[in-house]
Ligand binder design. Structure first.
Ligand code: MLT
Ligand code: MN
Ligand code: ZN
Length: 301
């Protein structure tokens, strides 16, 4: 199977349009200091021709250029469907931007579907332009990803719950606002875990992640107090449902112990110093066997 990282920044992108934090400032002054990034999204394919989007970011239009296009007529949609892990704006605004597709198959849990329908109304708005069939996902239930014509794609997904609360604007409250997914190629059993937002890793979640050959994981913040220390926010990383990478109990410590062949951070906030090629944080994570995803990075499992 093939996995393409379409975007690797958290909400706002990198550099963020209104941000002059030290990391955004560094990449503006010295473009060689870091790679610019669009907002987090990925695509998966069993055959390199038929692709599924994992989340639909506000940058989806420019991100689709990474996918091959083999048009057979005047209109061509270069993906078969869109799986959304949650209803955060950076993962779902792109659905409305894909409304020209006319037929836009979506995979989501019932809770995420309700938030998209009733709270952000992104699904309701998109439905005014396109037919949007939603295939329900449930934690622990393997679901085949199907091509537009109903044939099997060669991929299946196994969603799992991760700790994270509802988006700020949500009135729908439940205990299943965010999932991660294991995407498996049925022919080979090769597996990729996609977890762009995650508030903590307990032993059960670590055991699930350990099944992946390629782990793509939430790298939003380095420090728990990152936004507070910069004077840019008043909530800790954990309060925002993002387990920080560094420090005691951080994701680096936890993920370093996992046997996955490749471990890559994505959904990286513009304030995170690990974005800078020459930072001590970057050296620390590379020493622990992890990498940082970049836009357009491709994996073949
Ligand atoms: C998050 O990752 O916590 C959200 O994307 C926050 C946001 O949408 O601003
Ligand atoms: Mn986000
Ligand atoms: Zn910044």
């Amino acid at each position: 199977m093939d996995i393409l990282l379409l975007g690797t920044a958290a909400g706002g992108g990198f550099p963020q349009w209104n941000c002059w934090c030290p990391v955004c400032r560094a990449v503006r002054e010295r473009p060689e200091a870091a790679d610019v990034r669009t907002q987090s999204s990925a695509a998966v394919s069993a055959d390199g021709a038929h692709w599924f989007l994992l989340n639909a970011s506000p940058d989806v239009r420019e991100q689709l250029r990474w996918l091959p296009a083999a048009p057979t007529g005047a209109r061509h949609v270069p993906f078969e469907g869109v799986l959304v892990t949650d209803a955060e704006l950076d993962h779902s605004l792109g659905l409305a931007l894909l409304r020209e597709a006319r037929h836009l198959p979506v995979y989501a849990t019932p809770t995420v579907t309700r938030v998209l329908e009733e709270d952000s109304r992104i699904l309701a708005v998109t439905r005014a332009f396109a037919e949007v069939p939603v295939q329900p996902l449930a934690p622990g239930v393997r679901t085949a990803l199907r091509l537009r014509d109903g044939r099997p794609s060669g991929l299946e997904v196994e969603p799992f719950l991760v700790p994270a609360g509802p988006p700020r604007f949500a009135r729908v409250h439940a205990d299943d606002h965010t999932i991660g997914v294991l995407v498996t190629e049925t022919a080979t059993g090769r597996t990729c875990a996609f977890v762009p937002g995650c508030g903590g890793i307990d032993d059960a979640l670590a055991a699930t992640l350990a099944r992946a050959d390629l782990l793509l994981f939430d790298g939003t913040f380095w420090r728990d107090d990152e936004m507070i220390a910069l004077g840019l926010g008043d909530r800790t990383a954990r309060q925002m449902d993002h387990l920080p990478v560094g420090g005691p109990g951080g994701s680096l410590e936890r993920l370093a112990a996992l046997p996955c062949a490749q471990k890559v951070y994505t959904h990286i906030n513009n304030t995170n110093p690990m974005l800078l090629h020459a930072s001590p944080e970057r050296r620390e994570l590379e020493r622990a066997g992890m990498r940082i995803g970049t836009d357009g990075m491709r994996f073949h499992l």
